[in-house]
Write a protein that binds this ligand. Structure first.
Ligand code: CA
Length: 233
């Protein structure tokens, strides 16, 4: 496989950076390495980065701060590397905009796999955004992404932002089953934990109530048992 995609590896431990470089280059990626946040930002300003891998422990500012700084301007996927368990709390607790994280020591093959997953997601998301319609209109349900408006049989529904995002996420992917995990990570933009499924279920229940959907025979937001939710095409 050959790609022109550039992966930025920000890590001051040379052995780890080199290891990642070997594995990623092997998969056809171009790798840029940076030993500190300053070098990383230099690269980002000059090159079109497809994805960045950031270590948390860096010699200048830490990787979490760097991640937030990058997110102010850029949307490419970011994978965090962390050595300590206490970093995990920070990663879970802060919405600094990372897409995934891995704990050291890691298996380089798993890093490569996650890089590919993130790139696929990112590309799919961008393409669907470019082509997709900004409206959904079927069986009396009208949802407009642009105006953030939702109408049922011509009557406007008042949805919370989360409820709207859930509904729009499903409408945009109409006909496709969306897992609870995918829904959570895209709507809440947080890492999916074991408790997250309950959060999703509770919000789906309230959304269905507003849509007049009977839990056992929902018309709009359907449950596909053991898989997830979907809105019919
Ligand atoms: Ca480091």
């Amino acid at each position: 496989m050959n790609t022109d995609e550039i992966i930025l590896v920000v890590e001051d431990e040379k052995e780890i950076a080199d290891l990642l470089e070997v594995y990623l280059t092997n998969e056809g990626f171009k790798v840029l390495k940076a030993e500190c946040s300053k070098d990383a930002l230099d690269h980002i300003g000059k090159e079109k980065i497809a994805l960045a891998i950031l270590d948390i422990m860096l010699p200048d500012i830490d990787g979490l701060t760097l991640c937030r700084q990058i997110r102010e301007k850029y949307l490419f996927p970011i994978i965090m590397l962390t050595a300590r368990n206490s970093d995990m709390d920070k990663i879970n607790g802060l919405s600094m905009g990372a897409d995934d994280y891995m704990t050291k020591p890691f298996n380089p093959l798993e890093v490569v796999a996650r890089v590919k997953t993130q790139l696929r997601r990112y590309t799919r998301y961008n393409n669907s955004e470019a082509e997709a319609s900004l409206e959904f209109d079927r069986d009396g349900l009208y949802v407009c992404k642009e105006s953030h408006k939702c109408e049922l049989y011509g009557k406007e529904l008042s949805l919370t932002p989360i409820e709207f995002d859930i509904l729009w996420y499903l409408c945009e992917r109409k006909g496709v089953v969306v897992s609870s995990e995918e829904l959570f990570e895209n709507v809440w933009k947080e890492k999916y934990l074991s408790s997250s499924n309950n959060t999703v279920m509770a919000h789906i229940a309230r959304l269905r109530e507003k849509l007049g959907d009977e839990p056992r025979h929902p018309k709009f937001v359907k449950t596909v048992w053991g898989v997830g939710y979907k809105v019919e095409e």
